[in-house]
Ligand binder design. Structure first.
Ligand SMILES: [Zn+2]
Length: 110
């Protein structure tokens, strides 16, 4: 599972702020569209820990990932993240509050 910290948007008023992004385990590039990516996951079994990987839906990315980790269960990234947020008590209201903070920091709202 690749999560990297990269600079916030180019519009950020605070250039030193970094934020987490998901990176494709197949090609190493940032995932910008959850609708065009998948979460691959391996449930814990004897001898294996749980594993989670993120991947663009591009055949080359999926092929590279499967070479690394083999065939795994998968689901659309948007569904995976929604389930993760929902099961963590992260509500749409919480997301809106956090988006407002991010926009405020970036100087997009007063
Ligand atoms: Zn990729």
């Amino acid at each position: 599972m690749l999560i990297e910290f990269r600079k916030e948007t180019e519009n950020s008023a605070q250039e030193n702020i970094s934020c987490p992004v998901l990176v494709c385990d197949g090609c190493g590039k940032q995932i910008h569209d959850a609708g065009k990516a998948r979460a691959y996951y391996r449930l814990p079994t004897e001898g294996n820990d749980v594993g989670v990987w993120f991947c663009h839906t591009e055949p080359s990315c999926e092929g590279n990932l499967e070479l690394k980790v083999g065939r795994q269960q998968l689901r659309p990234l948007a569904l995976f993240l929604t389930q993760l947020f929902n099961n963590s008590g992260f509500t749409p209201e919480t997301m809106q509050e956090q988006l407002n903070i991010i926009k405020s920091r970036a100087g997009l709202v007063s």
